[in-house]
Design a protein around this ligand. Structure first.
Ligand code: DAT
Ligand code: MG
Length: 139
């Protein structure tokens, strides 16, 4: 058994709407552990590192602006296969088609904005998780 860690963000839409507790509750109820947690206002430099893979895409600038539009909550969750497990809890990127029962499927919808606003971020691989945890929780 390999105990993984993943980086979860509650994005500004989630914090604004008072959904921090709901997200944490779903993570804990699933059986994962919260290892670290902080509220912060992300700046452009931090977001450029976090979203480096998306630089140059049409939604990149709106994504950065959105992520700077209010406080976010960053957390590290742990558990066997938590990376895959939280992506499953979150649902697919587009909240319109995210399955009911998922965070995005239950709590988000298309707001007609250039960038999709979908409540949460979750790391998509062990490599991304290690990189992203280091960005938000430098030792
Ligand atoms: P995910 O957050 O599901 O891993 P991603 O890494 O591909 O998705 O993209 C990061 C965020 O950028 C995503 O949560 C919402 C936004 N986004 C992605 N693709 C988009 C698109 N085609 N149009 C608008 N926003 C998009
Ligand atoms: Mg992603």
């Amino acid at each position: 058994m390999s105990i993984e860690k993943t980086l979860i963000l509650v994005k500004p839409d989630g914090v604004r709407r008072g959904l921090v507790g709901e997200v944490i509750s779903r993570v804990e109820t699933k059986g994962y552990s919260i290892e670290a947690l902080r509220l912060l206002n992300a700046d452009r430099t931090l977001l450029e590192r976090h979203y480096a893979e998306h630089i140059g895409k049409s939604f990149y600038e709106p994504l950065v602006e959105f992520m700077m539009s209010g406080p976010i909550v960053a957390m590290v969750a742990s558990g066997n296969r938590v990376i895959e497990g939280f992506r499953s809890l979150a649902g697919v990127t587009d909240p319109t088609v995210a399955a009911p029962g998922t965070i995005r499927g239950d709590l988000a919808r298309d707001q007609g904005t250039t960038v999709v606003q979908n409540i949460v971020h979750g790391s998509d691989s062990p490599e991304s998780a290690a990189r992203e945890i280091q960005i938000f929780f430098p030792k």
